[in-house]
Design a protein around this ligand. Structure first.
Ligand code: BGC
Length: 751
C-alpha cells in the first residue's frame, strides 16, 4: 500500500514537471521523468513488462497494477470520441457516451485554419478527458494520394504543408487539453485496397518530401506522444516492424520519445516487431505475450529492448494524468463548448466551387425552395467503420434550411434517388430507398416526384455526392462517379427549373463533368459535423460568406490523376480487409481458424509510387493536365484585391507582405496562399509548391497588410545521393493568390 501511494504521489509530481518546463523541446518534455521511470522498470518482473506490451481490452493496455500505475485507455478519433465498445467493437449502449461529431478530416482541412485545427484538437482532448481516455487514435494525417481513397474523408489534404500545419495545431490542442494524440497511420497508408498486405514501394525523396512531412512536423514541433504504425508494408517491411521508419527516422532523426501502437490487427511477428520499433501490439497477445517472454528467456532478445518499450509507454503514462474512475463518464461527452467548435469549423469549411449566374446567396424573392436528394437528410456521423461517431445530435442540411427559412419561405423535400448502403462488407438494400449498387441508374418514380417539386418551386437545391457506405475505411471507391443516377436526375431537375444549386455531400472528390453542365452553382458541403446543416444554411442564405478552399484537386476524370495516369493503381490482387476479417466474424461467415489461414495466405500486392513527388496539384500543374476544380479553389460572395508583393529574406526566413482588400459589401474571410516555383533548378521539381497560407477576416471595404513567412529550410529537397536535405541556391519565384490556379501577384528573390 505504501508503494502504491508513493507512486501515485510521484505520478502527480511528474505531470506538473512535464507541463512547467517550457525550455525543453516538445519531445524532450517526455523524458523529464526518466530517472524515476528507470527505478520503476528495475522493480518490474519480465511478465509485468510484457503485460504492458499488448492489448488488455479492445481499447486499453495494462499499466502496472502492483505499483499503482494505471492502464492506458485509447479511443478512436479523429473527429469524435468513439462510443464505448466491447469485444468485436460492439457498442456497450452507454447513456453518457454521445460525443460531438466534428467535421471530418477533409472538411477541417478545407478551413485552411491553424486556429480551428488547434480548437478541434483541444475539443477532442477535452471530450477524451470526460470519457477517461488517455490517447486519441488520431489525427489521421496520411496524404490523399488517390481520389478514390476510402479514407480521404478522414485524412486532411493532398498537400504535405497544409497537412503538416494542421496536424501540428491539432496535436498541440489535444495534448494541451490533457489527452495524447496517436498520429496515424505511419506511414504511406494511402489506399484501403489490400491495406493489410500491400507493399508500398516509394523512394526516399518521395517519402520525405510528401508522405512523412505531416508526421515529422507533429512529432518535432508539437511533441506528439504516440504514433500508430500502419497496416501496410513500406519497401518490404510491415510498418509495425519497419526499423527504417520507426527506429531510424522516427526515433533517430526526429527524436521521438513516446510510444508506438500497431494498428488493430497490424502486428505480424514477435522478433521483427520487437526489434523493428513497435511498443504495443493491438490487439491480441500472440506476438507480444508469452512469445516475447520466451524470446527473452531463451536469449534471442535482450531484455533491454523490452525495457525501452516499457520506458516509452511510461513516459506517456506520466505525461498524461489518468482520469480517476469515479470522475470519468459522469457527464455527457458532448458539451456546449465543444459543440461550438464543431459549428465554427463547419462555418468555415464550406467551399463555393461555382456561382456562375449568382444563384447564391438565395435571393430575397425566393419564396419556395425544393430540396432534392437523400443526402439532404442522411446522417453522416456514424458509419465508415472506425471513425464513426455516436453523435449527441446532428442538424441535417434539410433541417438547417428549414430552420433558417422560417415561416416566410416554403421548403419542400423529395429524396430524388436511392441511396446505396452497406454494412460490414455486405451490400444493401436495407430499406425501400436503398440501391443495390452505386452504379444503379436513376429510379423513375423518385425522379418524377423530384421533378414535379422542382417545377413548382422558385429554386432547387440538389444534394448529391456519396455517403459513408461508398467512401469508407476498408475499401476504396471503384470510381468517383456520382452514384445512383444523380447525373440523370440533375439534368432533369435543371430542365424543370434552372435556378438550381448543387451541394455535394462527400468526403472526397467526385466526377462533376456532367453535373457541372446542369448546375449553375455548386457547393462542396462535406460531412460537416453535428452543426453542418446549420452552417450550410447560413452560407446558402448569405448570412456568412463561404470561405472554404479545396484541400485536394477535383480532377476532370479519375484517369487523369497521377497514380492512375502512371498505371500504379488499381492493382489487381485483392486480399480482403484485415480489420473486417479479424473483428467481424459475423460479416465474413468464417471461423477464426479459416480466417487465420486466409490471412497467412494473403497475396503479396505491391503499390509502386512512381509518380514520386508529383502528387495532387503538383502533378496536374507540372504535366499541364486540366482539372475540374483546382487545389486551393473556393469562391466567396465578395471579391478580394491583392496588392503588390514585398519580399524580405532575413534570418533564414522569407517574409512576403502585401495589402489585401475586401471589395464587397459584407464581412468575409480569404485564405491567402503562397506557392514557390524554382527557376532553373537542376533537380526535378513540381511546377510550384505551397509553402505558406493564412486565413484573413476583412470587413466590407477593409484593407489590411498581410504577411506570410516561411523558413528557407522549407525549400530544401531530399538528395538521394547524399541521403539528406539540401538547399539548392538559386532564384525562386513567389506566387501569391486565392487558389493554386488563381495566382494574383508574384515576385522573385534569390536564396
Ligand atoms: C483503423 C484505425 C483505428 C483502429 C481502431 C483500424 O482498423 O485503421 O484507424 O484507430 O482500427 O478502431
Amino acid at each position: 500500500m505504501k508503494l502504491y501511494t508513493t507512486f501515485l504521489a510521484c505520478l502527480t509530481g511528474f505531470a506538473i514537471m512535464t507541463s512547467c518546463n517550457s525550455t525543453v523541446s516538445p519531445q524532450d518534455r517526455l523524458t523529464v521523468n526518466d530517472d524515476k521511470i528507470n527505478e520503476i522498470i528495475a522493480l518490474m518482473t519480465l511478465e509485468e513488462k510484457v503485460e504492458m506490451l499488448h492489448s488488455k481490452t479492445n481499447m486499453s493496455s495494462e499499466g502496472v497494477p502492483r505499483l499503482g500505475i494505471q492502464d492506458i485507455k485509447y479511443t478512436d478519433g479523429p473527429f469524435g470520441i468513439r462510443e464505448e465498445n466491447g469485444d468485436g467493437f460492439r457498442p456497450l449502449g452507454w447513456k453518457l457516451d454521445s460525443a460531438t461529431y466534428f467535421p471530418t478530416g477533409s472538411a477541417l482541412a478545407a478551413t485552411w485554419s491553424k486556429e480551428l485545427a488547434y480548437k478541434n484538437g483541444w475539443a477532442m482532448g477535452k471530450e477524451g478527458r470526460l470519457r477517461g481516455k488517455d490517447i486519441i487514435l488520431g489525427p489521421a494525417i496520411n496524404i490523399q494520394r488517390l481520389p478514390v481513397g476510402g479514407r480521404t474523408y478522414e485524412y486532411l489534404s493532398e498537400d504535405p504543408v497544409l497537412s503538416a500545419r494542421l496536424s501540428v495545431e491539432y496535436t498541440k490542442g489535444s495534448q494541451e487539453a490533457g489527452t495524447a494524440v496517436c498520429l496515424k497511420h505511419f506511414a504511406l497508408n494511402n489506399q484501403e485496397t489490400n491495406r493489410g498486405s500491400v507493399n508500398v514501394i516509394a523512394d526516399e525523396r518521395t517519402m520525405r518530401e510528401i508522405y512523412l512531412k505531416p508526421f515529422e512536423a507533429a512529432v518535432r514541433e508539437a511533441g506528439a506522444m504516440c504514433v500508430m504504425p500502419a497496416y501496410n508494408k513500406v519497401n518490404g517491411y510491415y510498418c509495425s516492424e519497419n526499423a527504417h521508419l520507426l527506429n531510424e527516422i522516427l526515433r533517430g532523426e526526429w527524436g521521438f520519445k513516446g510510444m508506438t501502437v500497431s494498428d488493430w490487427g497490424g502486428t505480424h511477428s514477435t522478433m521483427g516487431a520487437a526489434l523493428g520499433g513497435l511498443c504495443v501490439q493491438m490487439t491480441g497477445d500472440n506476438y507480444f505475450g508469452q512469445a516475447l517472454i520466451d524470446s527473452v528467456r531463451n536469449g534471442a532478445l535482450d531484455e533491454a529492448v523490452v525495457d525501452a518499450k516499457v520506458r516509452e509507454i511510461l513516459r506517456l503514462r506520466f505525461a498524461i494524468e489518468p482520469v480517476p474512475e469515479d470522475v470519468a463518464n459522469t457527464v455527457m461527452t458532448s458539451q456546449p463548448e465543444t459543440q461550438k467548435v464543431a459549428y465554427e469549423i463547419a462555418q468555415k469549411s464550406i467551399v463555393l466551387l461555382k456561382n456562375e449566374t449568382r444563384n447564391l446567396p438565395i435571393a430575397e424573392d425566393v419564396k419556395k425552395i425544393a430540396v432534392i436528394g437523400q443526402n439532404a437528410v442522411l446522417s453522416t456521423a456514424a458509419g465508415g467503420v472506425g471513425a464513426g461517431v455516436k453523435t449527441l445530435y446532428e442538424i441535417s442540411p434539410l433541417e438547417g434550411i428549414r430552420e433558417r427559412a422560417g415561416q416566410d419561405i416554403e421548403v419542400t423535400y423529395a429524396p430524388g434517388y436511392r441511396s446505396y448502403k452497406m454494412s460490414w462488407g455486405k451490400p444493401g438494400p436495407l430499406g425501400p430507398l436503398d440501391a443495390a449498387s452505386p452504379s444503379d441508374p436513376a429510379d423513375p418514380e423518385l425522379l418524377a416526384e423530384a421533378v414535379a417539386l422542382a417545377k413548382d418551386a422558385d429554386m432547387v437545391i440538389f444534394f448529391g455526392g456519396t455517403n459513408k457506405s461508398i467512401e469508407t475505411e476498408g475499401s476504396d471507391r471503384q470510381n468517383i462517379d456520382l452514384p445512383c443516377g444523380q447525373n440523370e436526375l440533375v439534368q432533369a431537375l435543371y430542365e424543370a427549373n434552372d435556378n438550381l444549386v448543387t451541394v455535394i455531400i462527400s468526403g472526397g472528390p467526385c466526377d462533376l463533368r456532367v453535373l457541372d453542365q446542369y448546375s449553375p452553382a455548386i457547393v462542396q458541403g462535406w460531412w460537416n459535423g453535428m452543426e453542418g446543416g446549420k452552417a450550410l444554411a447560413e452560407v446558402l442564405f448569405g448570412d456568412i460568406a463561404p470561405s472554404g478552399k479545396l484541400p485536394f484537386t477535383f480532377p476532370l476524370k479519375l484517369e487523369d490523376s497521377p497514380a492512375y495516369a502512371m498505371g500504379n493503381f488499381p492493382d489487381k490482387n485483392s486480399g480482403g480487409d484485415l480489420f473486417t476479417l479479424m473483428y467481424r466474424l459475423d460479416a465474413t461467415g468464417l471461423t477464426r481458424d479459416q480466417i487465420q489461414e486466409y490471412i497467412d495466405n494473403l497475396p503479396d500486392p505491391e503499390s509502386r509510387y512512381t509518380e514520386g513527388i508529383l502528387v495532387g496539384y503538383r502533378w496536374f500543374d507540372t504535366k499541364e493536365v486540366p482539372v475540374m476544380y483546382a487545389f486551393g479553389h473556393g469562391l466567396s460572395y465578395v471579391d478580394f484585391e491583392y496588392g503588390a508583393l514585398k519580399c524580405r529574406n532575413r534570418n533564414d526566413r522569407i517574409e512576403v507582405s502585401f495589402d489585401l482588400e475586401n471589395l464587397g459589401n459584407m464581412q468575409a474571410d480569404e485564405v491567402v496562399q503562397l506557392y514557390v516555383r524554382r527557376i532553373d533548378s537542376k533537380v526535378e521539381r513540381p511546377y510550384k509548391e505551397l509553402k505558406a497560407f493564412d486565413r484573413i477576416t476583412l470587413n466590407a471595404g477593409e484593407t489590411r497588410k498581410v504577411s506570410l513567412e516561411f523558413p528557407v529550410s522549407e525549400l530544401a529537397h531530399w538528395d538521394m545521393d547524399k541521403n539528406g536535405w539540401i538547399i539548392e541556391p538559386g532564384r525562386i519565384e513567389i506566387l501569391v493568390g486565392s487558389s493554386s490556379d488563381d495566382i494574383r501577384q508574384s515576385i522573385s528573390t534569390e536564396i
